[in-house]
Design a protein around this ligand. Structure first.
Ligand code: BG6
Ligand code: MG
Length: 224
């Protein structure tokens, strides 16, 4: 049987390209503490890949006063978190690329495989610039133009459609459960970066350091 040809790889950003997921956590933790709401790293896993407002709703669920906040108050809280997050990500530099990412992106370029970013973060373009990766990405999906965050497939479909490709000619790379689900709902195979427990639904689980095109193609049953 003929194998599907790989034409594009569609990446999540936070926690895949750089560890900005840790800054999202710190910013939410600071807000939760200020509001007296319990919040830890385990609960934070649920927030990965989902939108800013949905994340806030999940945090407020653990507050007895959560239901009493008006939309305006919630928007102010989300903005507060984002202001702190923006402070934190200002320190990101090319040195903060996760291990193996620079080499893997280069390998894709050398093999004429297109590279897209599918992050639902409105801060993604800023982080790409800080990392010095602007020129590496052939397409950056616009989070603001996509109606539904992960686990909906919208942002991965936007990446794929920008190249006029079919899902069987792409795969996605993610660190969040919601992201793996989004990739699958877009009809693509998913490479999960993280622990086997968190990434149990991924088609291949690896670390960024171990991303090698030949190994991935082999595991996913694809070819160049
Ligand atoms: C995703 C993160 O990439 O972006 C989520 O995994 C975050 O944790 C979401 O909530 C939205 O990000 P931002 O920067 O627009 O608040
Ligand atoms: Mg992520």
């Amino acid at each position: 049987m003929e194998k599907n040809k790989l034409k594009a790889v569609i990446f999540d950003l936070d926690g895949v390209i750089t560890d900005s997921a840790a800054y999202h956590y710190l910013a939410w933790k600071s807000l939760a503490e200020e509001l007296g709401i319990p919040f830890d790293e385990q609960y934070n896993e649920k927030l990965k890949g989902i939108s800013r407002m949905e994340s806030l709703e999940l945090i407020l669920k653990n507050s007895s006063q959560g239901a009493s906040y008006s939309l305006q108050q919630k928007e102010a809280l989300a903005e507060k978190k984002n202001d702190l997050y923006k402070e934190l990500i200002r320190q990101i530099s090319p040195a903060d690329l996760l291990p193996g990412i620079a080499g893997f992106l280069k390998e894709l370029k050398e093999n004429q495989v297109k590279i897209a970013l599918a992050s639902v973060s409105r801060n993604a373009p800023f982080i790409l610039r800080q990392l010095g990766l602007d020129a590496m990405f052939d397409y950056v999906a616009d989070a603001a133009a996509v109606p539904n965050a992960k686990p909906f497939p919208d942002i991965f479909l936007a990446g794929m459609q920008a190249f006029g490709l079919q899902p069987q000619n792409c795969f996605g790379v993610e660190d969040a459960r919601a992201g793996i689900e989004a990739i699958h709902r877009a009809g693509m195979q998913a490479v999960g970066v993280g622990t086997p427990e968190e990434m149990e639904d991924a088609d291949l689980v690896t670390t960024t350091d171990e991303l090698r095109l030949d190994l991935i193609l082999d595991k996913l049953g694809m070819e160049l």
